[in-house]
Unconditional design. Structure first.
Length: 87
């Protein structure tokens, strides 16, 4: 009979909220982890590319440098586009 009471307590709203809060606060930020993973993978690809395909990798890096230092926007802001249409 005590096992049933323990199971009821484990399935109660309070215990579920406590469990949710514990899991929510103990895990790292997913977006920061994803950005770090993508950065590491990109570095590994560029490193391998510089060894096996140096000309192509240099051309890619030159394109990235031009895009990074360019004043031109890569994507049009949709809000600005709608505002321009409304004027």
């Amino acid at each position: 009979m005590d096992e049933n009471n323990d199971n009821v307590f484990q399935d109660s709203t309070e215990s579920l909220l406590i469990e949710y809060d514990r899991k929510k606060h103990s895990r790292p930020d997913d977006s920061a982890a994803m950005q770090a993973l993508l950065c590491i993978l990109l570095c590994a690809v560029l490193f391998a590319g510089s060894i096996y395909l140096p000309e192509e990798t240099e051309a890619l890096m030159e394109k990235v440098r031009r895009l990074a230092f360019s004043e031109k926007e890569l994507m049009i802001n949709p809000i600005d586009l709608v505002l321009a249409l409304l004027k």
